[in-house]
Design a protein around this ligand. Structure first.
Ligand code: NDP
Ligand code: 7N6
Length: 310
């Protein structure tokens, strides 16, 4: 495979400016062109994109790079049938998503979300004596211990929390006291003050947190989801919040995005809603450009692509 023209799909503009990204790749080798809705893709050998469109399959592309780590929106079998390589952007979000997830834990422990809501109403109101707690005393169970999960685990551990986790292959992970296999999910979540989800969305993880897992959690526990909405049965989560089966949730991702205006999740004090923004940061474009540059180098050297999914 050789790339003489690299397309930058207009959808990356949802995360960083297309022109800034194009300029970051100006010296990478191929000619780089921004392709917006309706523009012809056929001059491109490869495409960097946020969105997926069916027309990608028959545009003569050899390689698609997703600026997301999660590639659940791409049709793996169709890509494979057409010998289109798919690479993703795992490896670049550990620090910022880790900060967001642990930031949500800090907000719940120190009641920052409540103070901010009170401030919007001009209200000076102290929390009840036993509403706030030190994060150091708490434990976090991180489900998925790849880039995101390790980013969360190291930050939670640095704040003095006990950290356990779950991953497919339960080998030891730095900063994580116990690593469980997926079969022990209930046992793993049962003791944790915070359960943080950091798994890819696939057939094994869809609905992995359902009514049974929420019931296994402590009544004073919080669920943090920075993975993908469908990893959680959202109706069961709403029921668990309403019945007091768990204390609250920090949610960056949802079954439907944007979160519909009539969702009961908007109005609950013990729910923090962020708009799938945990990964957004001003280095995002450069981090993706580094992966793309490395893969262009590998192609020139006849080496295999890094971050290859298909
Ligand atoms: P990685 O591939 O680095 O890590 C995935 C982890 O999940 C691995 O530890 C893997 O286990 C584990 N895992 C996979 N399947 C299971 C399972 N069935 N049960 C338990 N653990 C499982 O991915 P990233 O950390 O980069 O990203 C993870 C996901 O987070 C992405 O796919 C994406 O959907 C989402 N994401 C969300 C962002 C946001 O902005 N909110 C930003 C970036 C990612 P093992 O190590 O054993 O293979
Ligand atoms: C970018 C989100 C991922 O999977 O969903 C995230 O990498 C990225 C705003």
């Amino acid at each position: 495979m050789s790339v003489s023209t690299l397309g930058v799909h207009g959808s990356v503009g949802e995360v960083f400016p297309t022109a800034v990204f194009r300029d970051a790749l100006a010296d990478a080798g191929p000619s780089v062109r921004v392709v917006s809705d309706g523009d012809d893709l056929t001059p491109c050998d490869a495409l960097v994109t946020f969105a997926y469109e069916e027309r990608f399959l028959d545009a003569g592309l050899d390689w698609i790079h997703s600026i997301q780590a999660g590639v659940d929106r791409f049709p793996f079998d169709e890509l494979s049938d057409r010998e289109i390589a798919l690479t993703n952007s795992t490896g670049i979000h550990g620090d910022v998503v880790g900060e967001t997830a642990v930031g949500m834990m800090l907000a719940f422990a120190r009641r920052l979300h409540v103070h901010r809501s009170n401030q919007e109403r001009g209200e000076w109101r102290k929390p009840a004596w036993d509403d706030a707690f030190p994060l150091r005393r708490e434990s976090a169970c991180v489900v998925g211990l790849g880039t995101l999960g390790r980013g969360i685990a190291t930050r939670a551990s640095a704040l003095g929390m006990d950290v356990t986790g779950v991953k497919r292959t339960p080998t030891p992970v730095d900063g994580v006291d116990r690593v469980h296999p997926p079969a022990d999910l209930h046992e793993a979540v049962a003791d944790a003050g915070f359960v943080a989800l950091a798994v890819p969305l696939n057939d094994d993880t869809e609905g992995m947190i359902s009514a049974a897992e929420l019931a296994a959690m402590r009544e004073d526990a919080y669920l943090i989801n920075v993975a993908r909405g469908p990893v959680v049965d959202q109706a069961a989560l709403v029921d668990a919040l309403e019945s007091g089966a768990i204390a609250g949730a920090g949610l960056d991702v949802f079954e439907a995005e944007p979160l519909p205006a009539d969702s009961p999740l908007w109005d609950r004090e013990e729910v923090i809603v962020t708009p799938h923004a945990a990964g957004i940061n001003d280095e995002y474009y450069e981090r993706v450009a580094t992966i793309v540059r490395e893969n262009l180098r590998r192609l020139s050297a006849g080496e295999s692509l890094t971050n290859r999914v298909v």
